[in-house]
Structure formats: C-alpha cells, structure tokens
Design a protein. Sequence first.
Length: 112
Amino acid sequence: MDEQREEDWLDAKLREEAPYLDDEGFTNRVLQQLPTPSRSRSSRNVILLGITIIASLLAYLVSGRGTFLADAAAFLVAMPLVTVCVIAGGSALIVMGLGVSAAMSKARELRL
C-alpha cells in the first residue's frame, strides 16, 4: 500500500514540475539531421550465429569428438551411490543458496 502512495506522490510531483520550455524547433531539427538507422542487423545476426556454430564444432573436434562425455558417464556409473547423492545434494544446496542470495539482494534494491 505504501508503494502505491509513493508512486502517486511521485507522479503528482512530476506533473507539477516546470512546464516544457519551447526550444523553437531545435529538437526537431536535430532529429531530422540524424542518420537513418541501418537495416543490416539481420546480417550481423547471421554472422554471429555462423561463428558460434563454427566455434562449437571446433570445440567438439578438439575435445576428442565428445569422448569426454562417455568417460564422465562411465566415471559417474562407477562411483558409489552415496557419493553421487552427496555431490547432488551439495550442488542443490549451493544453487539454492545462490538463489536465496539473489532474491534477498533484489528485495533490498526494491526497498531502497
């Protein structure tokens, strides 16, 4: 409820501020002299996507064609179940702690 009153107060203050000062068309003249935006964004996106695909393929080939994934899977299968559960639980606690920390930080920002 306090947030709504604060927003209403702020809106009222902004409306009460000094009226717009006439700049005798200066703003319009400046805007007309600005260059038109380029339309080549799509080509930039295609180039970035192509570079990303090439880099991914290169990383796949350099890493031994994904054999590290099979090695990691075999290593996890060979581990005792208790160890896997402890690692999974620890990872979950770390991620949860980071999430709580981010939420608390965001809440503090909103209060200020």
